[in-house]
Write a new protein. Structure first.
Lengths: 166, 437
């Protein structure tokens, strides 16, 4: 099955599916995410039965400020599709998809740990790669890097986030 | 960026944490008195690195297991956001440090898809060649350390001995034994050195026989079978639910391999088989790895043959993307060639300006997001890369197979004996650099 055929099948439910750079993307509302993933997983001709990856991006100056990204894979049709959910800064909650895809458990814990997004209904939403008493969520763009000027070849180099890369 | 670490609220440190809370008996809400909760790791010689397992034991039987990770978290994903696109290679290569070429390959393919460029054919063949040899070294480490942990010390010595032959070739190709940063957006850093074909021929002649020796040593070894066969069984259905990929999935009878399903780098033109077995236990994973090494050598042999009649550049010729100097490994590392240095220093002011811009600013990559998966030795390695149009990544997410596969450890060990944890973990073969990133 080609990507165009998959996109056509997905478009019966999500008409605004976008295909760009040989990758298909669907954007859904936050309240719909469980329904959408269940439909994409179970619909014949779509069969996106595996969740490859789950992560987020942070855009502090935009609305929504966060995008949660689900990378789905169809093992039967050997195709992929990306599902994206916008999360506003004011309410950083997303429904957990762990009941649908048990593999999401650690992915959601990691996204919580590094971005601070709360996955409602997650069985064990605790920090996973950082210590339990870590103060912030470092993959947010406004998290301080904590760099100090470093003496290097006879001069102080500013920390990496203050070097003014174009 | 104005806040400092000191301004942030710090939660009071609780030495027990709340990790043991999960171990309360759901019936009474209290801890069981007849069982014991112990820590295995993070500093334990048999946990394959800094992996910590919290175990609740009833005698020798494991009732609950909770893996605790993060002891090797180095912030690779955050670091890439503050370096140029090319420097990103040197960070991602350190994630799964036993299979560095795959990290570089997935990252570079993602950047190339964002840029919309194709790499030269010779570079694609070299990528396949080094990746398949890297798959052999990675499986050798898996079998060697797995053997060591079960007392088969000879296997450890033999495995690391053969790995060293390949590492020696990697060193002469890339200048480094590990963390090569050899694959770059647009191709590979430099062509194979003069001695590479000879070394490659030698190792392709030596290794198949050596793999036969491992099989003679272990396949029917009563202790090896006793410790591995029927241990840490994971069904195909459970593998799919947990997102487990790579040898653990194929050992349960599912022939999923991204090189076949979603071919990249021209894998559809190479002749090789996807190895599967049906048992889904630690022994089947060992056998799958052994046979996959043979298939990898088969692919490497084909790639080697193709290199002979595929001349041409190994780096994209577009000067906006590719590094223009021919690089080579010298006594003090990788260096530019003298002709290029003459050109920028003596002949062309424009070339010097361009060189300066490539060094200080690097490449700007168009807006967008891509997810590129490759078949790494441990399963699906994906790179989700986002660009906001600038000269450094906006976000790089490494979907590392070790991280996902490690979620299966409670399924593998619960209800079994404590001694079976060792073959269970070594058959999953997690690399903590990739798990924690």
């Amino acid at each position: 099955m080609s990507l165009a055929e998959l996109a056509a099948a997905v478009a019966t439910r999500f008409p605004d599916v976008v295909v760009t750079r040989e990758e298909a993307t669907v954007v859904v509302d936050r309240a719909e995410v469980l329904d959408a993933l269940a439909w994409l997983r179970d619909e014949p001709g779509v069969q996106l039965d595996a969740l490859s990856s789950l992560t987020a991006t942070h855009w502090p100056d935009r609305d929504p400020a966060f995008w949660v990204v689900y990378e789905l894979r169809s093992t039967a049709l050997t195709q992929r599709l990306r599902l994206k959910v916008g999360v506003p800064d004011a309410d950083q909650h997303v429904p957990s998809v762990t009941p649908l895809f048990p593999t999401a458990n650690w992915h959601e814990r990691e996204t919580f740990d590094l971005f601070g997004l709360v996955f409602d209904g997650h069985p064990d939403l605790t920090r996973i790669v950082l210590p339990a008493d870590w103060p912030d969520h470092p993959l947010r763009k406004d998290a301080p890097l904590g760099g100090v000027p470093t003496w290097f070849h006879g001069a102080f180099m500013p920390p990496i986030d203050e070097r003014g890369m174009a | 960026m104005s806040r400092s670490r000191q301004d942030l609220p710090v939660a009071p440190f609780d030495p027990a944490g709340d990790v043991t809370e999960d171990f309360r008996d759901p019936a009474t809400g209290d801890f069981r008195q007849e069982t014991m909760i112990i820590n295995m790791g993070p500093q334990h010689p048999s946990t394959h690195g800094v992996l910590r397992l919290l175990l609740e034991l009833d005698g020798e039987t494991i009732i609950r297991c909770k893996p605790v990770i993060g002891y090797l978290h180095t912030g690779i994903e955050k670091n890439t956001e503050y370096r140029s696109w090319v420097q990103g290679v040197t960070f991602v290569t350190r994630a799964d440090y036993v299979a560095p070429f795959f990290n570089e390959l997935a990252y570079c393919m993602a950047v190339e898809r964002l840029l919309g460029v194709e790499v030269p054919e010779r570079a694609r063949i070299i990528r396949v060649l080094v990746c398949e040899l890297n798959r052999v070294t990675s499986h050798l480490v898996a079998i060697a350390t797995g053997g060591l942990e079960l007392g088969a010390v000879s296997m450890m010595l033999y495995g690391l001995r053969e790995r060293e032959i390949i590492m020696d070739l990697f060193e002469s190709i890339t200048g480094l034994r590990m963390n090569h940063a050899y694959i770059r957006p647009g191709g590979v850093v430099m062509d194979l050195p003069e001695e590479a074909p000879r070394k490659l021929r030698d190792l392709l002649d030596i290794l198949p026989g050596r793999i036969d020796e491992y099989e003679t040593l272990l396949n029917d070894n009563p202790i090896w079978r006793e410790r591995n066969a029927g241990v840490a069984v994971l069904s195909a259905e459970r593998c799919m639910e947990l997102g487990v990929t790579g040898p653990p999935l194929r050992s349960a009878g599912v022939a999923l391999d991204l090189r076949k399903d979603e071919p990249y780098c021209g894998y559809e033109t190479y002749d090789f088989d996807v190895i599967t077995r049906t048992e889904g236990d630690a022994y089947a994973r060992y056998r799958v790895r052994i046979d996959e090494m043979r298939e990898s050598l088969k692919i490497a042999e084909q790639a080697f043959a193709r290199l002979a009649d595929m001349p041409g550049p190994v780096m994209i010729e577009d000067p906006k993307v590719g590094w223009q100097s021919k690089l080579s490994v010298g006594p003090d590392g990788i260096g530019n060639d003298p002709a290029y240095l003459d050109h920028i220093m003596e002949e062309s002011m424009e070339a010097l300006i361009h060189h300066f811009k490539m060094v200080t600013q690097g490449v700007s990559v168009p807006n967008g997001e891509v997810y590129v998966p490759v078949e790494a030795p441990r399963g699906e390695l994906g790179m989700y890369v986002v660009s906001d149009g600038r000269n450094r990544p906006y976000r790089v997410k490494i979907r590392d197979p070790s991280f996902v596969n490690l979620q299966a450890v409670p399924d593998l060990v619960e209800g079994g004996l404590i001694a079976d944890i060792i073959p269970a973990i070594s058959s999953i073969d997690p690399v903590m650099g990739g798990v924690d990133r």
